[in-house]
Design a protein around this ligand. Sequence first.
Ligand SMILES: [Zn+2]
Length: 239
Amino acid sequence: MGEYLRQASAVVVGTGGLGSASSWYLALAGIGRLGLVDGDAVEISNLQRQVIHSTTDLARAKVESAAEKLRLIRPDLKLDLYPVRLTGENALSILAPYDVVVDACDNFATRYLLNDTCQVLGKPLSYGAVFRFEGQASLFFPGRGPCLRCLFPEPPPAGSVPSCQEAGVFGPVPGLIGCLQAMDVVRHLTGRGETYRGRLVLYDARLMTWDEVILHPDPHCPVCGGGRKAEENGERTVN
Ligand SMILES: [Zn+2]
């Protein structure tokens, strides 16, 4: 399992709360190569949930700050740093080299861009999202299950849902969801156990409850065509 992981790669989009945990535990699990994508700099208000950064990193590029910590625990880890915001122009070229994509972002525009780009590339996408005391996770696998747009066809109108910064996020929640994402990526890459493909895991930190919803592909989904598009197109899928 360890040797298999050393040959594998993932790109983590966002080095905030979710990305702090997922990149850390993917590194500790022994993954061979990690890409980190984030155009932001570390701010003091980030630190209650973005545990890979510290007060000595304020104003540094988040990818540089995160990379420094990851090198301390894994000097042999191959790291690719992208200190940019993911856009429609750069998404294909940034995501293409990796086996798996980890959604650790904090906004709907990037989340839908990730979903649609992963469908084009045939890349599995580890989905994670947090809001206040709640978190959720899944794995969208092109050609083998539903995608984000099967669940929520369109992002909510801009400004209708407060951001993490506006609404507040209880720090341990993204830590926990990021750990779940790292574990799911390991399951996917090694073929051991059952991934979150076709399942949405829901966590509520106030009630301390876990729920799981079975997801079905939407046959009218314009992006994945009901979870079949990649296979019909003969696009490459991993595993
Ligand atoms: Zn879909």
